[in-house]
Design a protein around this ligand. Structure first.
Ligand code: OGA
Ligand code: NI
Length: 333
């Protein structure tokens, strides 16, 4: 494992291996030009919500939710725990950076799990682990309240995700409860730390991608960085206090037979602030069958792909360097 960016970013100029090719670079447009990403008030009436969430998921594949019922102290304590975590001395994090294939264990890496093979590195460190209660024994023990706070937040994130999926089911005409069990069995946490970068115009925190999941629930602070691709243009997702960002995952796009749109997004860096984001990815169990829901398939809207196991898709996803469209290719009809 190479050294975390956070451990050396202050001491040197931007290494060559972090410079993206010109067409992928963010260039000078670091400040979002407008904020048209939908913000949905979950306190609205159900009829309005179904309509608004469906529209946002079809047009952007990404939206923010406010008035969602998750206690603000759980959100702020979670961010605070991750600030403390990333500030811990290296020796406190060393055991988490050890290479392991055990899916239950925590992994702290710089850039991606594929650091040694990738051509260009990402300007971030990331901590990942499953949120299932059986895995809590492997979670960090420092800072002191990590397990308590992150467990509380992950329960809230899953509840919120399921509530949004129910609204989406109603909107597209998928039966009630479709996502309740197997399809959202694995909740995975990813905590991203993007340190200040000497030249944000050349680097990326994460390049353009779809999340290979059902739904992603993201917690960010007041520092911008997340952008979504809409009609060929990058739009900044403006941080709103106490909001969650919700992303339609690529697998949900597949299940909805393209009625919902997965959001292509990326993260840009900045030269002055540390940025931390916490993502909760709602993932199917590895052996669950993914296919366009029967209720959305019709003679005029034939299934875009055959059924496959989620783990088959993920194997392709990794071997295709995180390209979801290529990963789906073998299953397309
Ligand atoms: C991700 C992601 C966005 C962010 O982790 O997949 O898109 O704002 N993160 O960090
Ligand atoms: Ni993402």
């Amino acid at each position: 494992m190479d050294k975390l960016v956070s451990s050396w970013y202050k001491d040197q100029s931007l290494p060559e291996s972090y410079i993206f090719p010109p067409h992928e670079r963010p260039g000078k447009l670091l400040v979002p030009r407008c904020n048209t990403v939908p913000v949905i008030d979950l306190g609205d009436t159900r009829t309005n919500l179904v309509h608004q969430i469906l529209k946002a998921s079809q047009e952007f594949g990404l939206f923010q939710v406010v008035n969602h019922g998750v206690p603000p102290n759980i959100m702020s304590e979670t961010m605070s725990v991750f600030h403390k975590f990333f500030e811990l001395p290296a020796e406190d994090k060393a055991s988490l950076t050890v290479h392991t294939n055990d899916p239950k264990r925590c992994k702290l890496v710089t850039s991606t799990l594929d650091y040694d093979r990738e051509k260009i590195h990402l300007w971030r460190d990331v901590l990942r682990h499953p949120c299932h209660p059986d895995c809590i024994e492997f979670w960090p023990q420092k800072p002191l309240r990590y397990r308590e706070v992150v467990a509380a937040c992950s329960i809230e994130a899953k509840k919120l995700g399921l509530q949004i999926l129910e609204l989406l089911c109603e909107g597209v005409g998928i039966e009630h409860g479709y996502f309740e069990h197997e399809l959202t069995e694995d909740l995975l946490l990813g905590a991203n730390h993007y340190p200040p970068c000497p030249d944000p115009s050349l680097t990326l925190g994460i390049p353009k991608h779809f999340d290979p999941d059902i739904l992603t629930i993201l917690l960010q602070e007041h520092i911008s960085g997340l952008q979504v691709l809409k009609d060929g243009e990058w739009i900044g997702v403006k941080p709103i206090p106490n909001a969650f960002v919700v992303n339609i995952g690529y697998i949900l796009q597949v299940i909805s037979n393209n009625k919902l749109k997965g959001a292509e997004h990326r993260v840009v860096t900045n030269s002055s602030d540390h940025r931390i984001s916490v993502v909760f990815c709602m993932n199917p169990a590895g052996d669950s069958n993914i296919e366009p829901a029967k209720s959305v398939v019709t003679a005029t809207n034939p299934p875009l792909c055959r059924g496959f196991q989620f783990k088959e898709f993920m194997d392709n996803f990794y071997s295709m360097d995180g390209d979801a469209d290529l990963a789906l290719q073998p299953f397309k009809l």
